[in-house]
Design a protein around this ligand. Structure first.
Ligand SMILES: NC(=O)c1ccc[n+]([C@@H]2O[C@H](COP(=O)([O-])OP(=O)(O)OC[C@H]3O[C@@H](n4cnc5c(N)ncnc54)[C@H](OP(=O)(O)O)[C@@H]3O)[C@@H](O)[C@H]2O)c1
Length: 198
């Protein structure tokens, strides 16, 4: 697939590198477009079928607003973002990013996933922990099927993927940010995952 990864930080570069390794064509969207695969946000989106918002949660909507409805259209949008209080980088502010994106861009097919783990675990679910769960939320079934395929490319086994339902369920995983940081503080480590056992 042609994938636009918006943001070239930890999540963007980690997902972009792995998706490239798996044969996808990745174009990065950046505030500092400097090369053939590092474009301005709108150019990256226009040339791609799927968009990843690897951006600070509080900035996602303003970046998407600048890109505009026409460029985003009915593309699939994978949103792994979280809203973090910048001063502490530890507490979740409770903002529901994915629902706000879906409400603002009703044609765009938003899928929330990968937001309950550290960036390294996003592409290393099997070797780091014996059991790992990744949640998926989104209204469009076909878009979720595509995203579940991409999760497979990232190394996630089908058994570890839980489809929570519509995009409204993304709020549940976004609010789990506080739990994530509490675990980081307790363990002093980010190499863990949440796993649903039954
Ligand atoms: N790090 C993790 O382990 C982790 C885990 C789960 C979820 N998340 C979430 O995933 C998202 C990305 O996290 P990250 O760790 O990759 O963050 P990061 O390392 O800070 O990278 C974010 C990137 O977004 C762009 N950016 C920064 N400020 C911006 C602004 N004001 N407007 C537009 N673009 C801006 C920058 O790319 P350019 O300079 O190229 O524009 C920056 O490199 C966040 O929402 C985060 O909460 C992170």
């Amino acid at each position: 697939m042609n994938i636009a990864v918006l943001g070239t930080g930890k999540v963007g570069s980690t997902l972009g590198a792995r998706l490239t390794l798996r044969g996808h064509r990745v174009l990065y969207g950046s505030r500092t477009p400097t090369g053939p695969d590092r474009l301005d946000h709108r150019s990256a989106v226009t040339s791609s079928d799927l968009v990843v918002t690897a951006l600070p949660g509080n900035d996602v909507l303003s970046v998407l607003n600048e890109i505009g409805d026409e460029a985003l259209g009915d593309k699939i949008l994978l949103d792994p973002s979280a809203t973090i209080i910048p001063q502490t980088a530890t507490e979740h502010t409770g903002g529901e990013v994915a629902v706000r994106i879906q409400t603002r861009f009703p044609r765009t097919r938003v899928v929330k996933t990968l937001n309950t783990m550290n960036f390294a675990i996003m592409v290393d679910p099997l070797t780091s922990v014996p059991a790992a769960t990744v949640f998926v939320s989104g209204d469009d079934i076909a878009a979720k099927t595509v995203i579940i395929g991409l999760l497979g490319d990232l190394g996630w086994p089908d058994a570890g993927i839980i489809d929570l339902g519509g995009i409204d369920t993304a709020a549940a995983t976004e609010q789990a940010g506080s739990l994530y940081f509490a675990i980081v503080r307790a363990l002093g480590d980010t190499r863990f995952n949440l796993a649903v056992s039954r």
